[in-house]
Each structure stands twice: as structure tokens, then as C-alpha cells.
Design a binder for this molecule. Structure first.
Ligand SMILES: C[S@@+](CC[C@H](N)C(=O)[O-])C[C@H]1O[C@@H](n2cnc3c(N)ncnc32)[C@H](O)[C@@H]1O
Length: 358
């Protein structure tokens, strides 16, 4: 694990936290919304639901925030401004390009900053071992625009590129290896479980058949193979025919769901009482996990409903700040179509008594 410690001056001060709520997030969204591209810079990533996230986290001067998916630092920059010179921002990303962007941000912000280049599950584990405590932690899941738009990284089904899709280019497993080596059953399972692809079996069969003739080396060769396996009526009208398969491969390559399942309780465990955990998801597999985790934290008594009095004595350890997920406004989607499937959820930690994941 590569850990870069640029500067770490931990703040002891912990000012009172203001109240925030979904409606507060919406209100701020109307007045304080960053313009599309404002944080992104040239060829950057436009932060999604930024004003809403900021309203929910409500960072205060002197606090500590953990950005688990730094990317281009769009969200992180907004938070850093609020944390002020006495605050601390810890940023995590497994992509060296994000680390480069972080070095730029580190020169510009007043707060103490630290970058950990690693999977967020491993990075959060490390922070836990160090005894770091935070007032806010958030995930902005999936890929950055920098990753999708760097054609040679092979994330996009729209450009010809070598099959790759690794967020951490030093990692061994790539999409090429999965497509070349996984057996038909494993391929079908990945396409179904990680892409919710209805034609998973047919696509896996087509991949195995095609690679028996010649290796599938590039994104467009794979797109062609996928398209050939999908019945003609299903190929039109439901988005790009390779969208779900590419999502599935990316999730498999980067072990995204396993990372998320491990990371959510770790991030929650680092929060101080009153701290907020937030997640922005881009598909239902992620959103379901974030929702389930947060709802479970906000759950009190788990006694069977026919028991006249509570015997479990369980108290909620968190309070949901978003009963329903927050989605981007039509104006945000018009300015940044990549935001269209985003969903934001958050919960506040009420008590540190119980271990998350129990
Ligand atoms: C949607 S982008 C974040 C964009 C960022 N919020 C911004 O405003 O620029 C997601 C980032 O999370 C990183 N990422 C995804 N899964 C990760 C994981 N398991 N561990 C560490 N970083 C991860 C990706 O490399 C990518 O840079």
C-alpha cells in the first residue's frame, strides 16, 4: 500500500455541528450549486450532487473529513474550504492520476491534508489502526470522468482501446484477463451479478466461442461480441447494448462491491458521535448496499412484532438524514448527463457504543 503523508496536523477542536437534512440539502442546492465544470478544470471530473453532499455533511472549521474516493477532488475542494486552516482532509483513491490531482489541491487549500493511495477498504482499515477519528466520511462511487475519458484505460465502450479497466494500473487483474481466462459459468455469473444483464448466459457463451477463434483484445471487439449475443429487439431502446456488461467487468476487475461492503462499516467506525457518513451511488447494486447499511444503523428494536415489550434493548446508533435518496435536479443532469443516475444517501452517527456491522 502506498501512503503519502503530505502534512498531518490533527485538530483537537470540535465545534458544534449544525443541523442538516435532505430539505436543507435541497435548499442549499438552489443557492449554492457549483456550476457544471466549475471544480473540474479542463478534462476533469464534475462533482455530482456537490451542494447536496456539502449540506448533509455540513463541515465546520477545525473538523476532520475523509473523502474515500478523491478522483479529481471536486467534492474535496468544497469541503476543504469549509474545514479551514484548522481542519483536516484525508483523501483516498487507488488511482495514481487522482494522487496527482491531489498534489495540486494540496498546494491550494488551507487545511491539513493527507492522501492514501489504496483501495478504500484497506485505507480505512489503516486509519482505524492509527486511531483517526472523523466528523464526515463520504463515498462518490464508480469511475471518474478522467478514467472514462482516458481512452487507453479501456473503461468506455465508445472508444477502441485495449481491454483494461483497472483503477489501479499496478493491479494484476484486468478486463483482458477476465475475458480471456474466466470460464463460461464465471463470466455469466459476473455479468448477471455485477451488471444485472438479462442476456448474461448468451453473452458469456459468445465470448467463449469468439476467443476460441482469436483472442478478444480490445473494447470494440468485446462490444461486437456482446452485441452479437443480444437479440435484435433488445439491442435497441435499452441504452448501449454493452453498458451492463462493461459495468459488470469493471466491478469484477476492481472488486468494487466487496470493497464497498468492507468499507462502509470501517468508515462508520471512524466517525465521532455526531459525524455523518454519505454515499453517492450510480447503480442499484451500490445504492442498495449504501441504503441497507445506513437503514440498519438507524434501526432500533429488532424484537419480533408479536412481543409485547422490547426484549432486545437495541437503540439506533444512527439517524437517517435522507429518508429517500437525493437525486440530481434536471438542471444538474442537463449540465452533466453523467449525473443522471446518481443517488445520495446519508446518516448521522448518534452513539459510538455499538460496533458497526453487528
Ligand atoms: C466518481 S470518482 C470521484 C470523483 C470525486 N468525488 C470528484 O469530485 O472529483 C470515483 C473515484 O473513486 C476511486 N475509487 C473507486 N473505487 C475505489 C476503491 N475501492 N478504493 C479507492 N478508490 C476507489 C476511483 O479511482 C475514482 O477516482
Amino acid at each position: 500500500m502506498s501512503t503519502t503523508l503530505l502534512d498531518m496536523r490533527r485538530s483537537q477542536r470540535r465545534p458544534p455541528r449544525g443541523r442538516s437534512s435532505a430539505s436543507g440539502a435541497r435548499q442549499l442546492a438552489r443557492t449554492d450549486r457549483p456550476q457544471s465544470g466549475q471544480q473540474a478544470g479542463c478534462k476533469g471530473h464534475t462533482p455530482v450532487l456537490a451542494a447536496e453532499l456539502l449540506a448533509l455533511l455540513d463541515p465546520q472549521p477545525g473538523q476532520t473529513a475523509i473523502d474515500c474516493t478523491f478522483g479529481d477532488g471536486g467534492h474535496a475542494r468544497l469541503l476543504a474550504e469549509r474545514l479551514g486552516s484548522s481542519g483536516t482532509l484525508v483523501a483516498i483513491d487507488r488511482d495514481p492520476l487522482a494522487e496527482q490531482r491531489f498534489q495540486e489541491l494540496a498546494q491550494e487549500v488551507a487545511c491539513s491534508v493527507r492522501f492514501i493511495r489504496a483501495g478504500y477498504a484497506e485505507a480505512l482499515e489503516l486509519l482505524g489502526e492509527e486511531g483517526v477519528r472523523a466528523d464526515a466520511a463520504y463515498f462518490d462511487l464508480g469511475m471518474s470522468s478522467m478514467q472514462v475519458d482516458t481512452r487507453e484505460r479501456g473503461f468506455s465502450y465508445s472508444y477502441e482501446a485495449p481491454l483494461d479497466m483497472r483503477m489501479d494500473p499496478a493491479q494484476q487483474l484486468s478486463a483482458r484477463e477476465i475475458v480471456a481466462e474466466w470460464d463460461e459459468r464465471s463470466l455469466a455469473r459476473a455479468l448477471r451479478d455485477f451488471g444485472e444483464e438479462r442476456h448474461a448466459g448468451a453473452i458469456a457463451r459468445a465470448i467463449v466461442r469468439r476467443r476460441a477463434q482469436a483472442p478478444i483484445e480490445t473494447t470494440l471487439e468485446l462490444v461486437d461480441t456482446i452485441s452479437s449475443a443480444i437479440p435484435a429487439p433488445a439491442r435497441f431502446g435499452g441504452g448501449h447494448p454493452a453498458k451492463r456488461s462493461f459495468q459488470a467487468l469493471r466491478i469484477a476487475v476492481n472488486d468494487e462491491l466487496e470493497q464497498l461492503d468492507r468499507a462502509l462499516p470501517l468508515a462508520w467506525g471512524l466517525l465521532r458521535e455526531g459525524g455523518v457518513l454519505a454515499g453517492i451511488s450510480f447503480h442499484s447494486l451500490e445504492d442498495r448496499r449504501v441504503k441497507r447499511f445506513l437503514v440498519e444503523r438507524a434501526r432500533g428494536c429488532i424484537c419480533p412484532p408479536d412481543l409485547p415489550v422490547c426484549a432486545c434493548g437495541r437503540e439506533p446508533e444512527g439517524a437517517l438524514l435522507t429518508r429517500r435518496s437525493i437525486v440530481p435536479t434536471p438542471e444538474e443532469v442537463a449540465g452533466n448527463p453523467r449525473a443522471s443516475s446518481a443517488r445520495l444517501r446519508a446518516a448521522r452517527k448518534l452513539t459510538e457504543d455499538r460496533e458497526a456491522g453487528e
